[in-house]
Design a protein around this ligand. Structure first.
Ligand code: ADP
Ligand code: MG
Length: 230
């Protein structure tokens, strides 16, 4: 029997401070421990230059990871936008899709975008791009054996709707309930589990709403609704 799981997402789960502090400390301490280890290896005389360079590059990538975790966290905790503008969502989607084209090619994912609106929404361009990248990357990452990512936008004068639909692995009800919880990831070391928390936080600040529908083995649809800028 097929079960379709559905949920409207909210930010409740971030409000648990002790949980967040320990999870964040853990996420930052891991890369720090790794960097320390590699720096110790580099300073010992047992390795040739080539090996040391390899260790330095790993250390840099660990620092990059810690930096991006902190960046996502800070963005979530910042309550307001600095630079609110009227955003042409379709233009932002087009930019993001071209950035993600190489990743889609690698995963044999075909991307389609169709727009049936010329309305604007309020937001900050760079943040809109960040949540779009998160949602589209998640969709591509859910389609390990290839698939279709389709994005559609439309409006009814009051609201602008954006649907991001993939034909990927889908989520169980338990997974769906965890969505948006900081550090929830099913991707092991490759994931940070911060992408959706960041997405919800940005979308909420834009007075938007996110609904997710998912079916295991069939795919997932994110529906975002934003008030149209009059
Ligand atoms: P990360 O991508 O680093 O794991 P996210 O916050 O972006 O963190 O996503 C959290 C988890 O939600 C993912 O690990 C995955 O299990 C699930 N998820 C998110 N989007 C999708 C999707 N489109 N299809 C299937 N699972 C998804
Ligand atoms: Mg992600």
């Amino acid at each position: 029997m097929k079960t379709i799981n559905q949920r409207v997402l909210n930010l409740e789960k971030i409000e648990s401070m002790p949980y967040i502090s320990s999870a964040l400390a853990h996420e930052i301490r891991n890369p720090m421990t790794a960097v320390k280890g590699f720096l110790q290896l580099i300073t010992s005389s047992d390795f040739n230059e080539e090996k040391k360079k390899e260790y330095a590059l790993i250390a840099i990538s660990e620092i990059d990871r810690a930096e991006s975790i902190l960046r996502d966290f800070l963005t979530c905790s910042k309550p307001h936008f600095n630079n609110l503008k009227n955003i042409d969502l379709c233009e932002e989607i087009t930019k993001v899709l071209s950035t993600l084209q190489p990743l889609a090619n690698l995963s044999m994912v075909q991307m389609f975008f169709s727009s049936y609106t010329d309305q604007f929404i309020q937001g900050e361009g760079s943040l809109v791009q960040r949540f779009l990248i998160n949602l589209c990357k998640n969709a591509i990452e859910a389609m390990e054996k290839g698939g279709i990512l389709s994005i559609r936008t439309w409006d009814d004068n009051e609201y602008l709707y954006m649907e991001i639909k993939d034909t990927g692995a889908g989520m169980s009800e338990e997974e769906l309930l965890q969505l948006g919880k900081p550090f929830f990831t099913t991707k092991g070391e490759k994931g940070t589990g911060l992408g959706l928390m960041l997405t919800f936080s940005i979308v909420k600040n834009m007075e938007g709403v996110i609904e997710v529908t998912s079916e295991l083995g069939i795919g997932t649809t994110f529906l975002l609704t934003f008030p149209v800028q009059k």
